[in-house]
Design a protein around this ligand. Structure first.
Ligand SMILES: [Zn+2]
Length: 283
């Protein structure tokens, strides 16, 4: 199992320096977040410029001996998916991000559901489900055309019926396509009160495509490092072995910015070793 980390890691050191440090610590893959923030200038580039920029980015990553294992699709806070126009705008940006995912050399595009009623209330669970079915049914065609897999992620919003692992899985099964699978976010799963090993077993090999690995206190989506919160990591590791998970151990956590520079290497090394341990690898 390859070990990876989310792009936020690179923001502390800057892209080029961050890649070098990642490689030196032993990471093999990156969860690239460039396409998550649609305010980024790349979303207003011409198609040719878009392709050139992403090809250059991919080359720099690969020149450092790292591959992109997954990208994070467009997401904004708070969600703004209430009108037909909002959803059309999201669809266009997500379609661009799917093209970008293929350009980055990976099949895995991770995305959150659209939230037409926001994230803190559930005015009409049935309608939210139907809107997502319609939205992602159409986005699936873009994914298939680009040989990309949409990885639908479980969410931490306790008020949303679609957030939990079982309902995310139900939705993925309802779409019913080899180009539509699931990203298990361990921290989100813990907030919804579900054991992360149990979640792996429930999703199973056929549907579990990618991971977002982080911990928390069971209430806040704090993206803590593994073993510092409520998650049962040894059972999670066991469950991944049981289902013969073929994807990457991709961390979605970081060493806090306030840790001084001279202490960071040790902390970073220890985080990498935790990921290896969960992946059942030696370090
Ligand atoms: Zn996540």
């Amino acid at each position: 199992m390859k070990i990876g980390i989310a792009g936020g890691y690179l923001s502390y050191y800057g892209f080029s320096e961050g890649l070098k440090r990642m490689k030196a610590q032993g990471y093999e893959c990156l969860d690239d977040a460039l396409l998550a923030n649609t305010d980024n200038a790349i979303f207003s580039a011409t198609p040719a410029e878009f392709e050139r920029k992403l090809t250059e980015r991919r080359k720099e990553i690969e020149d450092n001996g790292i591959i992109v294992s997954q990208t994070h699709g467009p997401w904004r806070w708070p969600p703004k998916d209430a009108t037909e126009e909002d959803r059309k705008e999201r669809f266009e940006k997500m379609s661009m991000a799917i093209v970008g995912t293929a350009l980055m050399g990976t099949k895995n595009f991770i995305i959150h559901p659209i939230m037409p009623y926001g994230c803190d209330r559930e005015r009409n669970p049935r309608m939210m489900w139907e809107m997502n079915l319609d939205f992602f049914g159409k986005l699936l065609e873009v994914a298939i055309a680009n040989d990309v897999i949409i990885n639908f992620e479980n969410m931490p919003m306790v008020a949303l019926a679609m957030a939990s692992v079982p309902s995310t899985l139900d939705f993925v099964k309802a779409i019913n396509s080899p180009n539509f699978k699931m990203c298990l976010d361990t921290g989100h799963c813990a907030i919804l009160g579900m054991d992360i090993g149990e979640a792996v077993r429930l999703i199973g090999k056929d549907y579990l495509q990618t991971l977002h690995v982080h911990d928390n206190n069971g209430n806040n989506d704090s993206h803590w490092i593994p073993y510092t919160g409520v998650c049962n990591w040894s059972d999670f590791a066991k469950a991944l072995q049981e289902i013969d998970f073929q994807g990457s151990m991709s961390l979605e956590t970081f060493i806090p910015r306030q840790i001084p520079d001279d202490l960071r290497p040790l902390q970073e090394q220890s985080l990498f070793q935790m990921a290896c341990k969960i992946a059942g690898r030696t370090f």
